[in-house]
Design a protein around this ligand. Structure first.
Ligand code: ASP
Length: 441
């Protein structure tokens, strides 16, 4: 029998997880069963992915940069990456603003529904947590984000998985290796090459477990839904976000088709395991090792491009998040602060949603923290903030899953474009976990 493709196995795991979680939600003791006996397997999977993320970024970026053998190419790649990331994010925000202004999901929400949502979530721990995190971000000086890129102790950066610091360090090492004689640089380059191969193999091994892990992750998501009535009231808003995200995916497919001349369906098929994991984990950072593996081995992007473009993208390129922030901000204003909905405020939202998506961490729910900053930038009254967040809280998790999937697809798209523009896109050579198994079993 032909082996089932990985994305089908993951999809089956997801569907079974959703059904199982749904059933467990309605039986006595079902929720605690999922929390005690199912959820830990999802956590183990995410831990394993996080475990290999740091060595993977380090090895593939250092190896990639030293392979480029040309500092002007590094500059070209860096500049193009940043420009395309900013452009795609602006497209996402404009799509979001267009949809929310045409559909106006916030108008017509009854006072009774607003009251119900307010009572349920305004003082909830979840909303309070987002507000505290946002105010910590706010307290930082204007150049703090820049300062934070430069580590003083790289082991601390490894320990806290500070992506931009690790990227900076890897670039620093890679460029310095290029500037010393080949004889001296070769041992280190060989070391990172070998480290990179090994970590990629680890990704293959971890992915064997993916169908079971997504079952656990989705069952756990399902048991968190408790108020379907509120979910239905927010349906139009949620559909606006999902519709916008769908348009964004179409935009990526168009870019891939037109610029790289590859079939958009082929692209989707190759990248789908990473998309499904992004959906299941709600974290582009946790998905990063899988995104890198798919982009390098299944889309044919050379390491020197993917090693840079993807980690940077996971940290700063969040098109799904920025689209969501634009829609959520305007939706909240439509419901509780319509007088703030001026044209100039919407222009401000384009700028702040761009910065906020760059500043959002690649972890679950980070987009909602930065949404507070978007709202504050247009002068949204502080006392209304908890109510504003309460309004969208109930549907945040499913929307987070969808926007993370778009964030990851955006990174993969841009890496294809940059690779094509630098002549670094080749026919892919996928590797399997057991390519060398016969020799060692
Ligand atoms: N969860 C998203 C990510 O990891 C960020 C967000 O929008 O909350 O990409």
């Amino acid at each position: 029998m032909k082996k089932l493709a990985l994305h089908w196995k993951i999809l089956i795991g997801m569907v079974l997880g959703i059904v199982f979680g749904f059933l467990m939600n309605s039986v006595d003791g079902g929720k605690s069963f999922v929390i005690d006996w199912i959820k830990p397997f999802g956590t183990i999977f995410i831990n394993l992915l996080k475990l290999i993320a740091v060595p993977l970024i380090l090895a593939s970026l250092i190896k990639g940069i030293s392979d480029l053998k040309d500092i002007s190419k590094i500059k070209k790649m860096g500049a193009r990456t940043i420009i395309i990331y900013v452009l795609t994010t602006v497209v996402a925000i404009v799509i979001g603003l267009g949809i929310v202004n045409v559909v106006k999901p916030g108008e017509g929400m009854s006072a009774e529904t607003i009251d119900k949502i307010k009572t349920k979530y305004e003082n909830s721990a979840g909303v309070a947590d987002k507000l505290t995190k946002a105010s910590a971000q706010n307290d930082a000086g204007p150049l703090q984000a820049l300062v934070d890129i430069f580590p003083s102790n790289i082991f601390q950066s490894f320990a806290s998985a500070s992506m931009l610091q690790i990227i900076f360090f890897a670039l620093f090492v890679g460029i310095s290796l290029l500037l010393i004689s080949e004889k001296k640089s070769k041992p280190l380059m060989d070391f990172f090459d070998s480290l990179n191969e090994m970590v990629m193999k680890m990704v293959d091994l971890i992915m064997l477990f993916a169908p079971f892990a997504v079952f656990a992750l989705l069952a756990n998501v399902m048991i968190a839904f408790d108020d379907t009535e509120i979910l239905l009231k927010l349906l139009v808003y949620a559909l606006c976000v999902v519709g916008g995200l769908f348009l964004m995916i179409c935009f990526y497919l168009l870019l891939v088709g037109v610029y790289t001349k590859k079939s958009p369906f082929w692209f989707l098929k190759q990248i789908s395991p990473a998309q499904l994991l992004a959906f299941s984990t709600s974290s582009s950072a946790a998905t990063l090792p899988v995104t890198m593996e798919r982009v390098e081995e299944h889309l044919g992007v050379d390491k020197e491009v993917s090693g840079f473009v993807l980690p940077v993208g996971a940290t700063i390129n969040m098109d799904g998040t920025s689209l969501y922030q634009a829609i959520a901000a305007v939706f909240i204003m439509q419901v509780i602060w319509p007088e703030g909905l001026t044209f100039s405020n919407q222009i401000i939202i384009v700028g702040t949603a761009l910065l906020a998506s760059i500043g959002s961490a690649a972890v679950p729910s980070a987009g909602m923290v930065m949404l507070v900053i978007v709202l504050e930038s247009v002068g949204f009254p502080e006392e209304l903030l908890p109510i504003g967040l309460a309004l969208i809280f109930a549907v945040d998790r499913p929307l987070d899953m969808c926007r993370t999937m778009v964030n990851v697809t955006g990174d993969a798209t841009v890496s294809m474009i940059i690779a094509k523009s630098l002549g670094k896109l080749h026919d892919p050579k996928p590797k399997n976990w057991d390519d060398n198994y016969e020799k060692v079993k």
